[in-house]
Design a protein around this ligand. Sequence first.
Ligand code: KDO
Length: 332
Amino acid sequence: MSDITRRNLLAAGAAGALAATVRPAFAANKITLRMSTPATPTDQRSVALAKVFGPAVSGFADYQPHYNATLFKQGTELANIARGNLEMSITSPQELAQIFPDWSIFTAGYLLRDAEHQKKVFEASFMDPLKKQVEDKLGVKLMTVMYLGRRQLNLRFSKAQKDVKTPADLKGVKLRMPGTDAWQFLGRALGANPVPVAFTEVYTALQTGTIDGQDNPLPTDKDSKFYEVTKQICLTSHLVDQNYIAFSKKVWEKMSKDEQATVQKALNDAADSERAAQLKLEDELQSFFKGKGLDVYTPDVEAFRKHVQEAYLKSDFSKDWPKGMVDKINAL
Ligand code: KDO
């Protein structure tokens, strides 16, 4: 993102945040909560929001999800919330890092250990200044953390064609990564040749061979049917991937205290149910993919960990990380 785009966005966010007026109690009209995501309607995050969040707030809000990036393109959702065009999205540290460089700490491979560690980190008090900065400067509240899962390599080659043991084996492999700098860097840190492609175009890019592979957690590989157009899953577990529910601060401030409490609880409940569902799927899916004829195997994960961690520590990204934060994260 250019400096000018970033500055315009921050100005829009700050102006939007000032404009709120509280809704009267017993307001007749429901609040419209449009949520835009590139995720499918059957993705566990979408399911939990539709089944747990939507009904819980239906007394005062009309939850309207838009899937498959049909309302806004992947990566433009935060800007649209800041400008007052959208109420909710499922955002990521990679998107936040484009605007706030210190968020890039959460885009680093092999930092978070698992789903529980991820939740503890999001709820830790050292996160307060980072969340506040997003609220004050962008007009976006980060409400809760959703577990997407451990990202794994998923390639068009069989293991016999390409046996990935260490980062050196990914040399020249055209690995699709989402289109931000932080994602592209992770692809390079893994040893591959990263290519940016929007999520909604990944299946076709795999099918036509525009890319050699992609990385996503196992539940996403199943839900988006990537197993139909690939031959192996290499279990690198290089990123314990997380998403945050982004919510318009302007809309939040229009709600009564009771409504705010209901929204917060409903999102926490949705995230808890989604996390349980996603962990269960991760446990079950290796055998599903094997049944579909894919090679599923574990490489030398320590070799990947070492390579990726060294790449981050030497990078410009780590210069922006808040002092002492890696140690605080590791200590949790
Ligand atoms: C992806 O584009 O690979 C990714 O998994 C990145 C995540 O941060 C998240 O945005 C997700 O896509 C989308 O919600 C689509 O499932």
